[in-house]
Design a protein around this ligand. Structure first.
Ligand SMILES: [Cu+2]
Length: 251
C-alpha cells in the first residue's frame, strides 16, 4: 500500500490573538502575508487529514439574547456558534485549516458559496472560499436583515436585504471578513477568503481533509474566531496521507 500515516501534533502557543472588544481591525492584522501562487498540474499529490481538538473542559454555548422580531426570530435565546466543541470527541467545528506558504499547486476553482440568514442566524457560521469567488447572501426570513461586512481589503458593504431577498458579492482578495447584521445585533458570521485552494473547514467532529497537495513541506495553520491561530509544519509525500492534528486552547 502506498498509504502511510505520519503524525504531527501541533501544540505550540497561539501566534497571536484576533479577539478583544472593539478591535475589529485585528482581523486585518491577522491576515497571512501570503505568497504569490502559481497554478500547475499536480501529479501524485498527497493528502493532509487531521482533527482540531479543544484542550480543556468542553465549554457550554454562549447564549445570544433575542430581543427583536421575535415572531420570526423566536422567543428563546439562541446558542452562539462562535465556539462549537463536540462533547464527546472534543472536536472543534468551523475551524479554517489552510496551507499558508504554498507557492504552486492545483488550480484555484472560484465558486459561488451561499451564506443564508435563517431564523435570524447566519448559516453556515463560517464560509471559506478561494479568491475570485462569490457569495450569495440570502435572506430566508420574512423580516429585513442587513449585511454588514467588516472588510479591509475587499470592498466593504453595509446593505439591507428584504425578506426572501438575495445579493451577491465577489471577493478577490484574501482576508477574514466578519459579517454582522445591524438589525439583529446577535447575528454574526465569517467569510474567509483564501489565496490558494489548499484549505478546509472542520466538521462537527473537528475533522478536515486537504487533497491533491504537491510533495513538500508547508506551514499549516488553523484559525478559529475565539481561539485564534495556531501553526505548524507538515510534510507531504507523493500519493501518501499525512496527519496534521491541532490542539487549541482558550486564552
Ligand atoms: Cu438580521
Amino acid at each position: 500500500m502506498l498509504k502511510s500515516l505520519r503524525c504531527l501534533t501541533i501544540v505550540s502557543g497561539l501566534a497571536f490573538s484576533v479577539m478583544g472588544s472593539g478591535v475589529i481591525n485585528n482581523f486585518a492584522m491577522a491576515q497571512e502575508k501570503g505568497v504569490a501562487y502559481k497554478e500547475v498540474d499536480v501529479k501524485d499529490g498527497g493528502t493532509i487529514v487531521g482533527t482540531v481538538k479543544f484542550d480543556g473542559d468542553v465549554p457550554s454555548a454562549k447564549m445570544l439574547k433575542v430581543d427583536k422580531d421575535e415572531q420570526t426570530c423566536g422567543h428563546e435565546n439562541k446558542a452562539s456558534e462562535e465556539l462549537v466543541v463536540n462533547g464527546e470527541s472534543k472536536g472543534v467545528k468551523n475551524v479554517v485549516v489552510s496551507l499558508v506558504d504554498i507557492a504552486a499547486g492545483k488550480k484555484i476553482e472560484a465558486v459561488t458559496a451561499v451564506l443564508d440568514q435563517k431564523e435570524c442566524l447566519f448559516t453556515p457560521h463560517v464560509v471559506a472560499v478561494p479568491v475570485g469567488s462569490s457569495v450569495d447572501l440570502l435572506n430566508s426570513d420574512n423580516v429585513m436583515h442587513n449585511l454588514h461586512s467588516w472588510s479591509i481589503k475587499n470592498p466593504a458593504f453595509n446593505e439591507g436585504v428584504s425578506g426572501g431577498g438575495k445579493m451577491t458579492k465577489k471577493f478577490d482578495l484574501a482576508e477574514i471578513v466578519k459579517i454582522t447584521c445591524d438589525v439583529h445585533k446577535w447575528m454574526s458570521s465569517f467569510i474567509v477568503i483564501k489565496a490558494n485552494p489548499y484549505f478546509a473547514v472542520t466538521n462537527e467532529n473537528g475533522q478536515f481533509k486537504i487533497e491533491n497537495v504537491p510533495a513538500g513541506t508547508y506551514k499549516i495553520e488553523a484559525w478559529q474566531e475565539k481561539l485564534g491561530k495556531k501553526a505548524g509544519d507538515v510534510t507531504v509525500k507523493p500519493k501518501e496521507e499525512v496527519v496534521a492534528d491541532f490542539v487549541l486552547t482558550k486564552k
